[in-house]
Design a protein around this ligand. Structure first.
Ligand SMILES: *Cc1c(COP(=O)(O)O)cnc(C)c1O
Length: 497
């Protein structure tokens, strides 16, 4: 399988090359040039496999320069039972009125990013080997909170790699910050940026496209790579859990093989929902994708207002910080796919986004997108109501991001009357956003963030995840804060790791 940039499909590269390099030199995102189909035999194998087997099978369809043995080995390590609290890596919890919560947060950092970032270090180190790369891969990560910790956990002390994480100084939850600044490992660095997530992401993109920086790193035997969802190696592992959820729903009798489902995803950078879209292209029977946003509803407007994307708007800090994003990077891949791989068109739109902060998709392309996607948004108070109601009515405790998706799904169902069983991505443990969840339940807040875990636990009788409880007593290691204008100067830190 060949990969090309969304902005120039002339130059074809291997999966290993795309993963090792993260982003294309023209600033575009690497994409497969075709969608491999799941055969009847594949579906039979998938149904009989555990999550590790399902992941290896799906990855094998895309990563054709990796052997089946390699991928099986990576999957068994990445999704080891001791890392995900058992063999049920991504369980589906069936609730009322068509809701099927796909819990993606049983990994070591309690957010769905682990599903990809426990796999990525295996894919990346193998990709470096396969492409004959001898330099140290320096992984730069812009995070709205969850990616940073998941990437640190995945890459710490992985030979041949260094990792540097940038997070917005006031844009992450206290628990997210604590998780990052207490990270152990010799090859890690964590930097706070004055600004929001978009500032951090743009700054990291600037490092990637700065020729002088690349040359200087090269001289010191280093190269840049990415663990954000712009990296295909980050996106590919996410496809498997939608297919896995479908198999589990068939096994549970919720649906019959071949029945359609909807997929509703709390969305920020558009990576998670795009993985579901790719699963559909492989043959997963999906009726509608429902894109859920918080008050930063640039995507809702895009889908609801005829394909006009406009980031020129106020940025809000919300109780679902991992979705506080105005530039959804992976929408670029959707445009590429929906326009039948039209690189010229994508390059033009992305150019406009860069210079004007907005663009409008051609009508014929948007018509295709509109046929498959619905969208909605939900503010903090409705998200809090949803956490409260879900707990009281269905005894299900969810986090703020998941609550946004549940609410948007309920609105969609009421508006359209569509009763198709719906997979709702549950993207973080409620304990990761303790304060907001305790407030939503009407509990009393404590000052100390680790003590909050016990408060929520006592309030609900649900035990706090062990990796979060273990943060008590850990000493922060990183306290550097820089202006976004000075981000290039932080690259020098990599040398000393
Ligand atoms: C990252 C994240 C999201 C958004 O996912 P995207 O792939 O960026 O759209 C939603 N919820 C949580 C908890 C996250 O960590």
């Amino acid at each position: 399988m060949d990969y090309v940039s969304t902005r120039n499909k002339e130059r074809k590269v291997s999966a290993a090359y795309a993963i090792a390099n993260g982003i294309a030199p023209d600033g575009g995102l690497y994409c497969p040039t075709a969608f491999p189909a799941l055969t009847d035999a594949d579906w039979k194998t998938l149904a009989e496999s555990d999550y590790k087997g399902r992941s290896a099978l799906i990855l094998g369809k895309f990563l054709t320069d990796f052997t089946a043995e390699e991928l099986a080995d990576f999957a068994s390590k990445a999704y080891a039972d001791e890392k995900f609290g058992g063999a049920d890596t991504a369980p589906v919890v069936k609730l009322g009125e068509g809701k099927n919560l796909l819990e993606l947060w049983h990994g070591p950092t309690c957010a769905f990013k682990d599903m990809a970032l426990q796999m990525l270090p295996h894919l990346l180190t193998a990709s470096l080997r396969k492409t004959g790369e001898t330099r140290t891969a320096c992984i730069l990560v812009a995070t709205s909170g969850d990616t940073g910790k998941a990437a640190l956990d995945g890459f710490h002390d992985v030979p041949g790699t260094k990792i540097m994480v940038y997070y917005p100084v006031d844009g992450v939850s206290p628990m997210q910050k604590l998780q990052m600044v207490t990270q152990e490992g010799k090859n890690v660095e964590v930097v706070a940026i004055r600004g929001n997530f978009d500032d951090a992401q743009s700054a990291v993109k600037r490092i990637f496209t700065d020729e002088d920086t690349r040359a200087a790193l090269d001289k010191d035997g280093m190269m840049l790579s990415s663990a954000n969802s712009i990296n295909w190696g980050r996106l590919a592992p996410q496809i498997a859990y939608y297919v896995s959820a479908y198999c589990d729903m068939v096994a549970a009798g919720t649906i019959a093989q071949g029945d359609k489902i909807n997929v509703c995803v709390p969305t920020g950078n558009f990576g998670n929902i795009l993985a579901a879209y790719i699963a559909k292209k492989m043959g997963l029977p999906v009726n509608k994708f429902i894109c859920a946003s918080n008050r930063n509803n640039v995507l809702t407007d895009f889908f609801k207002k005829g394909g006009e994307y406009n980031r020129n708007r106020d940025f809000f800090t919300t109780t679902s910080p991992s979705m506080d994003i105005l530039i959804s990077s992976n929408l670029e891949r959707l445009l590429f796919f929906a326009s039948d791989f039209n690189d010229k068109l994508v390059a033009e739109l992305m150019g406009k986004l860069n210079t004007e902060g907005s663009y409008k998709v051609a009508e014929d392309v948007f018509a295709k997108i509109e046929a498959e996607f619905d969208a909605g948004c939900c503010d903090d108070s409705h998200a809090a109501d949803t956490i409260n109601k879900l707990w009281k009515d269905e005894n299900y405790l969810c986090d703020t991001h998941t609550a946004v998706a549940v609410r948007v799904y309920e609105d969609y169902r009421a508006r359209t009357g569509d009763e198709t069983p719906t997979v709702i991505a549950s993207t973080a443990s409620p304990f990761k956003f303790c304060r907001s969840v305790i407030e939503a339940l009407g509990g009393t807040l404590e000052n100390d963030d680790v003590t909050q875990l016990e408060v929520l636990s006592q309030l609900t009788g649900v035990p706090a995840p062990a990796p979060l409880a273990a943060l008590a007593g850990k000493t922060p290691r990183f306290d550097r804060v820089v202006d976004k204008a000075d981000i290039l100067s932080t690259v020098g830190l990599l040398k000393d790791l």
